[in-house]
Structure formats: C-alpha cells, structure tokens
Design a protein around this ligand. Sequence first.
Ligand code: ZN
Length: 181
Amino acid sequence: MRWTEKKPDFTPESVDAGFHSLGFLECLNVLTKFRSRPVIVLQKTIMKDIIEHLKKRNVEMGGLLLGRVFQDVDCPSDFFVTVEKVIQSSTFSSTNVSLEMAADVWNAAREQGAAGQYVIGWYHSHPNLGAFFSGTDRHTQRSFFNQRHSVGLVVDPIRNERKFFMGPESDELPVEHTIQL
Ligand SMILES: [Zn+2]
C-alpha cells in the first residue's frame, strides 16, 4: 500500500498506567530518564522479531511497530513509549515521495493490535550500509510518522547496528533511552 492520508489515531495513557506493566527496576529506569527526553520501552521479543525478519533477505525490508504512549498528566511533554508488537511487511520500498508496504500491513496492524495499541512507528533495514537515517528516511518520518512520539528504527542486520529516531524531525534517541524488558 502507499501511505498517503493514513493518520494514526491514538490516545495517550497516564504514566501510572504504563508503570503497571513494568517491573520495579524498569519503572525506576524510565523515571530517571524520561524527564529529559522520551524513553522507548521494548517488550521482550521485539528486537529478536525485528532482526529475524530483517535477516531473511539482503535487501531493504521493514514493517510497522505497534505500542502505546504514556504521558505525564501534569507535564504532557514528558512521555514514554512502549513497543509491544511488530507487523512485518512482505514488501517494502521507500522513496522521497512514497513509502510502500504490503497491502495487508494496515489490516494486520488493526487485527493483531490489542485494545489500546496503536501504530507508533516503523522499522526498516540497511543491509551492510550502517544504521543511520538517510534524507529519504527523514522525509518518510516527517510525512507519515510525524507525531512527537513516532518511532523510527533502522537496523543493519549484517553489521549488527541499530538506531532509534523520534518525532517529526527524526531526533536520534541515545541508547540509554531505550529499555529492553
Ligand atoms: Zn533507510
């Protein structure tokens, strides 16, 4: 499918609600960091699922990330995101004017997403090119994943590199702001 007018609908939840699903140490970890900039919490098998997908072929591949956004009720600029599910796309092509994924990707996201889960971002591979956001990737992020909580993940499965970017301006997130459960 071509991404043109799809706008992900989402409702942020309270930080307290987010802490219910985290252990004590993870809560502490999020609390000490998310005041300065956002934190991404990856549920257990997420990176494994993504890398297994992206290692299958030596071409650019990608998919969607499903999850939730938790924001501080009193200070809505402070928030963290949980990535809870991966929707693999069988086809993937991104150019300066479009992002194309398999036609069933949105349906899969809708069907496989649990209540409260939304499309919160995307991931794609740079086989043996290194993990960085190209001009095209920044354009894709700005066009289609332009909420402040939108996650862009790029992985080089050959060099074993990965980087997370967030928001419409593709701000790189420091490694310590990603927490793996
Ligand atoms: Zn790219």
